[in-house]
Write a protein that binds this ligand. Structure first.
Ligand code: FAD
Ligand code: UDP
Length: 394
């Protein structure tokens, strides 16, 4: 097959673009991935206990963007699912008693940890005003510690965020961009859902089925277990390349410092719970914000969409500097270095007849939720169409 467009990476960024190209042009498209499966980090499968497990950590779809939902909901089948998370907190040092409290912080979190008399939004605002009364920094915030302490006060910061963040990033929040903890909202009411987006869904038969359908098109060929850098010489004549892997990997030959990423080591174990509907922990995800255990959270996959099995599969997440790149680490050093890579990318994109576009979470060195990765691909497609990028393939 002669290839007009090469797409490196079969995650949402690459697969959405592959589909759009296939439907709107005559291009012959090749999608490659170094892994032996499609779906990128959203890949899931049913394990031997009949439980659907995500290989790279739990993935909950949520979005405010109707266009994203209109697009993605036509692939696979989806059903509503509102995610809830509990954090296991040890309120007293040196004591083994713990409580499970909702995250993000809402009225129930404060009631259970600090003050049972908090009943309504007014109480909550008063309580938080008291907690933060000595905080003089009103922003702009230089790092995640400043922004979190200003919103939540010291106690919540210490109990819920400081050590979890250390375990997750190997950095305390004062060494991370404020955006990291700004992801976590603060609620003045009793809404204990993890997300408040109007669209919150899970694919009934898993994300892999969504990808199977996205990539199922006569103009799309898929080659797995194929690393771009090892096979690059085969693709010299390709008109367009869309690269969704790590940007510093693409420019490795320039000898610049490498960007920093966090990886996750997943440890799974299966428990015979005997009954089909029995579960082990009080929520599908239990966060561990204390230093008493080295892992950040435990996911019980059976709880998503109330799957039935006499077993339960639990997966603990240990954050690590080694392994596959999952999370870009947003701090000044990395963002500065990324802007150097970005300049190289702009030059590369501009090269005639060898146009390379950099798309997605790793190529843009930016934490993107699934809906943002899909939305970003849809937006780029519109932009590229306006620029006439694919006009030779129409
Ligand atoms: P990826 O899915 O990473 O796909 C990139 C692909 O490129 C990979 O398959 C990789 O193998 C391939 N590739 C890289 N380099 C090469 C190469 N040299 N040659 C060939 N192939 C290559 N988002 C949510 O909305 N909700 C969640 O609950 C959620 N949970 C998450 C939990 C974890 C632990 C992580 C890490 C992410 C989570 N996300 C979540 C984010 C979600 O995974 C991303 O939005 C999504 O994966 C981005 O898609 P992508 O295509 O940009 O990147
Ligand atoms: N976080 C925390 N305690 C928690 C949950 C999150 O300190 O109980 C911090 C941590 O630094 C994390 C960030 O908030 O990286 C964003 O959390 P989120 O749940 O969005 O992370 P993800 O699910 O993407 O790993």
């Amino acid at each position: 097959m002669t290839v007009d467009a090469l797409i490196v990476g079969a995650g949402f960024s690459g697969s959405v673009i592959a589909r759009l190209l296939a439907e709107n042009t005559k291009a012959k498209i090749l999608v490659i991935d170094s892994r032996d499966h499609i779906g990128g980090n959203c890949f899931d499968y049913v394990n031997r206990y009949g439980i659907r497990v995500s290989k790279y950590g739990a993935h909950l779809f949520h979005t405010k963007r109707q266009d994203v939902w209109d697009f993605i909901s036509s692939y696979g089948t989806w059903e509503p699912w509102e995610h809830k998370v509990l954090a296991k907190v040890y309120p007293r040092d040196g004591c083994d008693e713990f409580v499970h409290v909702p995250v993000p912080v809402c009225i129930q979190t404060i009631q259970q940890l600090y003050d049972p008399s908090i009943e309504n939004e007014e109480d909550m605002r008063r309580w938080l005003a008291e907690e933060t009364k000595n905080v003089i920094n009103a922003g702009p915030f230089k790092n995640s510690m400043e922004s979190a302490v200003a919103r939540f006060g010291r106690r919540i910061y210490n109990d819920l965020f400081r050590d979890y963040t250390w375990k997750q990033w190997n950095k305390y929040p004062d060494n991370l961009d404020s955006s990291v903890l700004e992801r976590i909202p603060l609620r003045y009411d009793r809404d204990d859902r993890y997300f408040t987006d109007p669209i919150q869904m899970l694919p009934s038969c898993g994300y892999t089925q969504v990808f199977d359908q996205l990539l199922d098109h006569p103009q799309i060929e898929i080659k797995l277990s194929t690393d771009y850098f090892q096979e690059r010489h085969c693709f010299n004549g390709v008109q367009f390349t869309i690269f969704t892997g790590p940007i510093d990997g693409y420019f490795a030959s320039y000898g610049l410092d490498r960007l920093e990423y966090r990886s996750i080591h997943f440890e799974d174990f299966n428990i015979n719970v005997e009954k089909n509907d029995a579960v082990v922990q009080p929520a599908s995800v239990v966060n561990e914000p204390s230093m008493r255990v080295p892992y950040t959270r435990t996911v019980e996959f059976k709880q998503f969409l109330n799957q039935q099995s006499p077993y339960s599969t639990l997966v603990r997440e240990y954050s690590s500097s080694f392994g596959e790149p999952y999370y870009p680490v947003p701090n000044d050093r990395n963002m500065e270095l990324y802007s150097t890579y970005q300049q190289l990318a702009v030059k590369e994109t501009g090269q005639e007849r060898r146009s390379v576009q950099f798309l997605g979470r790793l190529a843009n060195y930016k934490y993107l939720n699934m809906d943002q990765a899909i939305g970003n691909a849809l937006d780029h497609w519109e932009q590229w169409k306006k620029e006439g990028l694919f006009k030779t393939m129409l």
